[in-house]
Design a protein around this ligand. Structure first.
Ligand code: NCD
Ligand code: ZN
Ligand code: ZN
Length: 339
């Protein structure tokens, strides 16, 4: 039995660090676990220009003084995004990627894209310059059941996009369904996906059995067990198309425990301990380094990190609170710890 695992330093390819006081509180957790992270731009107002992106990057760096951590900034696409601004931000090294939020699909997406046709000139330019498109892949049509919104997005939007822009690098973020797994596997090499810890650990029962549990609620919402198993199989498969993206999304406790609670699970403090438990349960510890530290940078065309982290068997007691935020696995004990 493997009791210790040393891997190349990992990265988080999808995280929400927020701004202001919340940034000051949560950034250290991500910086303690990961060398780099793709920082989601759904602030209010969102990060849409290279100037705003550079200023946000400075605020993130200032929030983790002395820590060896590189924030990778992402542009938030709107109906009015300008291809030249995106290309300039990318060329200046500010924007690593751009994010497509269908308008009103999730937290902080009110300024998102209402119709993908409106941003085709931007997407064409991104394909030309090799700038990845990151997608929150859910339709927002009111006639589509919330549990079907990811699968319907594949049929209504993603298939056409991959067909029309075959050169565009696409990351299908935080996938939750067997349909998404199958789609990404069958797509060409320029289509990949991130996978969160929560979608590996929980199915929709975690939200609803024995009472309603707002801290298990995020978007895309957790699905049936069969979907969780498909996502787990993809994560541990060793395929370079699947990599780590926590989607850690902190919300203050009173905004989660409310009549209309916010979507988002805060998993940053124990993300690696949470992921490795899954790889261990699946007998796939040998696949963990690829998922956490290699597939992401290889997809983005970035260098692998130097340095290593070591995880070992041992208790990690997850507290009920980290400040004003309830962490994923609150009150549980995980079977691995950072050495
Ligand atoms: C995220 C957030 O709170 O910003 N919430 C979530 O449930 N995942 C937004 C997102 O990633 O969709
Ligand atoms: Zn999202
Ligand atoms: Zn997210």
């Amino acid at each position: 039995m493997t009791d210790r695992l040393t891997i190349r330093r990992p990265d988080d390819w999808h995280v929400h660090l927020r701004d202001g006081a919340m940034l000051g509180h949560v950034a250290k957790y991500t910086a303690a676990q990961f060398a780099r992270a793709i920082i989601m731009p759904n602030l209010s107002p969102p990060v849409t220009t290279a100037k705003e992106g550079a200023a946000y990057r400075d605020r993130i760096r200032a929030a983790v003084p002395g820590m060896d951590f590189t924030p990778l900034i992402v542009a938030y696409l709107t109906d009015h995004s300008d291809p030249d601004e995106m290309a300039r931000g990318h060329a200046e090294g500010v924007f690593t990627a751009a994010k497509l939020y269908p308008a009103h699909a999730t937290t902080g997406s009110a300024h998102g894209v209402t119709d993908i046709a409106k941003i085709m000139p931007v997407l064409e330019r991104m394909a030309e310059i090799g700038m990845p498109l990151l997608i929150h892949g859910e339709v927002t049509d009111h006639d589509v059941d919330i549990f079907d919104r990811e699968a319907v997005f594949i049929d209504r939007t993603l298939k056409g996009l991959v067909r029309d822009l075959p050169e565009l690098k696409i990351v299908f973020e935080h996938i939750t369904t067997s349909e998404a797994v199958d789609f990404v596997k069958a797509a060409p090499a320029n289509v990949a996906a991130t996978i969160t810890p929560q979608h590996l650990h929980i199915n929709r029962n975690a939200m609803l059995v024995g009472g309603i549990r707002p801290h298990a609620y995020c978007l895309p919402v957790a699905k049936r067990e069969a979907h969780r198993l498909a996502v787990r199989a993809a994560a541990v498969s060793g395929s370079p198309k699947f990599f780590l993206g926590t989607d850690s999304a902190p919300h203050a406790v009173h905004t989660k425990e409310a009549a209309c609670g916010c979507a988002g699970i805060f998993n940053a403090p124990f993300a690696l301990e949470s992921y490795i438990a899954v790889f261990d349960e699946e007998g796939a510890l040998d696949k963990f380094e690829g998922f956490a530290s290699e597939h992401g940078p290889n997809f983005y065309g970035l260098p692998l990190n130097g340095g290593t982290v070591t995880l070992e068997r041992g208790e990690t007691v997850v507290p009920d609170r980290c400040g004003e935020v309830v962490p994923f696995h609150a009150g549980e004990t995980l079977g691995w710890r950072l050495a």
